[in-house]
Design a protein around this ligand. Structure first.
Ligand code: GDP
Ligand code: MG
Length: 297
């Protein structure tokens, strides 16, 4: 039996306001599971949505410069830190059939990029004369020098299946960036935990972060506030001391940094409570590994 390859990557949807990026996004993510709310925003880029298949994961983002979590493979542990900045794997450049040609700034950036670009001429349901479309395609071929141009109507879901096909054809072979099972259910908790985990990686010496696990015990959102209670699990009492630090200074710093990023991410005030719990040898225990999504049943 040949092992099926898994593809995963980041897809940036770029283009001027009003060209139909959000509409297209809704079609692409559609009724599939794992929709991340539009407010989901990492510290460096905004995640518009994630779709998972058995053998792929597409992370849509709406900024061209984006961040990819870096893999830390530890036996069956899938932990990552979100620090390395790389380019998108695929760029969808959305344009409007009757939009004026004023994208010179974007064009210059895209020309320099080595990433596969699919140019979408959207809203073709509005085309009055077929020649308008032909002219537009010709214009883009010349100004961008790319062949991958696809006329679509996001509104009428015309040709949008081909967008997905293009992405899947150009997505690199890679394991999923975000654990699939955790995203279907409570993506907000997942990202809150990720942010706190990132701060732990930034604030403690090499081996300490690997002994920690973060779990979000409470996540309650009201009109103007999100209350988050996070547990940082460590394996030994000595590690607990390190995490907390002198008079609690270390954990306080981590908490403040995490809270500020969470507020950016969720676009709301966050009340973050975090405490440290000793859970001996949690890494060796199947129960915990499953709970944190590192291990499948
Ligand atoms: P964004 O600013 O790029 O995210 O654009 P939106 O997705 O918010 O769309 C802007 C407007 O264009 C909305 O009124 C959409 O309904 C409309 N729109 C988007 N796609 C199409 C399309 O394919 N055809 C038509 N006729 N209108 C569209
Ligand atoms: Mg939009």
């Amino acid at each position: 039996m040949t092992k099926q390859t898994h593809r995963a990557g980041f897809v940036s949807i770029v283009g001027k306001p009003n060209v139909g990026k959000s509409t297209l996004m809704n079609v692409l993510v559609g009724e599939r599971l794992s929709i991340i709310t539009s407010k989901a925003q990492t510290t460096r880029h905004r995640i518009m949505g994630i779709i998972n298949g058995d053998d792929f994961q597409i992370v849509y983002s709406d900024t061209p410069g984006i961040i990819k979590p870096q893999y830390e493979l530890h036996k069956n542990m899938m932990s990552f830190v979100t620090t390395s900045i790389t380019d998108a794997d695929v760029i969808l450049f959305v344009t409007d059939i009757y939009e004026k040609h004023d994208e010179n700034d974007v064009i210059e950036k895209l020309k320099k990029s080595n990433v596969p670009i699919l140019l979408l001429v959207n809203k073709i349901d509005q085309v009055k004369d077929q020649k308008d479309l032909e002219d537009k395609v010709e214009y883009w071929k010349e100004s961008l020098g790319i062949e991958n141009i696809l006329p679509i109507s996001a509104l009428e879901k015309f040709n949008t299946e081909l967008v997905l096909k293009f992405i899947l054809d150009h997505l690199p072979e890679h394991p999923a960036f975000f654990p699939k099972d955790q995203l279907t259910d409570k993506p907000e908790r997942f990202f809150a935990a990720e942010i706190l985990r990132e701060k732990i990686f930034l604030n403690y010496k090499k081996e300490v972060p690997y002994c920690c696990e973060v779990e979000i015990e409470e996540f309650t959102e009201t009109e103007d506030l999100i209350r988050i209670r996070a547990v940082i699990m460590v394996e030994r009492t000595s590690q607990r001391g390190i995490i907390i630090g002198d008079k609690g200074a270390a954990i306080k710093k981590v908490g403040t940094q995490a809270r500020l990023d969470m507020e950016k991410f969720f676009q709301k005030k966050v009340f973050l409570e975090q405490y440290v719990k000793v859970e001996e040898d949690w890494r060796k225990k199947d129960f915990h590994l499953k709970r944190f999504g590192y291990k499948q049943d």
